[in-house]
Design a protein. Structure first.
Length: 255
């Protein structure tokens, strides 16, 4: 793996202010990458950046709505200028409100597709140019077990299923440039989204986790770090022969 003019590889992680995104950003920094931490506001990213820099890592906060083409293009350009051309991209930003199909508004559909599917397109197009120029790159798209179907979330499921097709096609298109593309499909992971599910059901979050763990073969729910470990491998030089795959990090098989 060659290094950039700045002396180290640069990664971009979207939706990295908290939860899975923050855990991935912090892990990649520990692995020696400089990390562009992207979320809706720089203030939101401050905790992740502080966790990285206080551990002697290199990171910067960048504000961008990933559904906004111009904002994503500007964010990638800023990271490239200040940290070095990004050759690792983790498309993690996502939203997932619930509504049955007959109650779902067009605005909700567009919002979810915008963040979860258009966002990865914008980011990958912008970062992909740097990867092709470098002749090396790693793309990780955050899908979900909801891609196989999730009642009340037809928008979210559609976007996450779309990310799988997106990932496989990227692997076909970019492989000759030394770029791999893979998807991670988390199961139940402690996050703002699963906390919101508990509130919607009127459950204490600890009880919600306990009940979820009963249906998971390994007997526990996932942690953001479980996803970060997987992302760390997929973006490593050692994963250069792994591409176009969907890795279910769900504590058991997924139908």
């Amino acid at each position: 793996m060659t290094s950039t003019a700045h002396g180290q590889r640069t990664a971009i992680v979207t939706g990295a202010a908290r939860g899975i995104g923050a855990a991935v950003a912090e892990r990649l920094a520990r692995d020696g990458l400089a990390v562009g931490v992207i979320d809706l506001s720089e203030a939101d990213c401050a905790g992740t950046v502080e966790a990285i820099t206080s551990d002697s890592g290199s990171a910067m906060a960048v504000a961008a709505d990933v559904a906004d083409e111009a904002a994503v293009t500007a964010a990638v350009a800023r990271v490239a200028a200040e940290l070095g051309p990004p050759t690792v991209l983790v498309n993690n930003a996502g939203i997932g409100p619930r509504a049955d199909i007959v109650e779902m508004t067009t605005e909700q559909w567009d919002s979810v597709i915008g963040v979860n599917l258009r966002g990865p397109f914008f980011a990958t197009r912008a970062v992909g140019r740097h990867m092709i120029e470098a002749g090396w790159g790693r793309i990780v798209n955050m899908s979900s077990i909801s891609a196989v179907g999730d009642a009340g979330r037809v928008d979210y499921s559609s976007a996450k299923a779309g990310l799988i097709g997106f990932t496989k096609t990227l692997a076909l298109e970019l492989g000759r440039h030394g770029v791999t593309a893979n998807a991670i499909a988390p199961g139940f992971v402690v996050s703002d989204m699963t906390r919101a599910s508990a509130r919607r059901l009127g459950r204490d979050f600890e009880e919600h986790q306990r009940l979820a763990a009963q249906s998971i073969p390994v007997g526990r729910v996932g942690r953001p770090e479980d996803i970060a470990h997987t992302a760390s491998y997929l973006v490593s030089p050692e994963a250069g022969f792994v591409s176009g795959q969907v890795i279910y990090v769900a504590g058991g098989p997924v139908d």
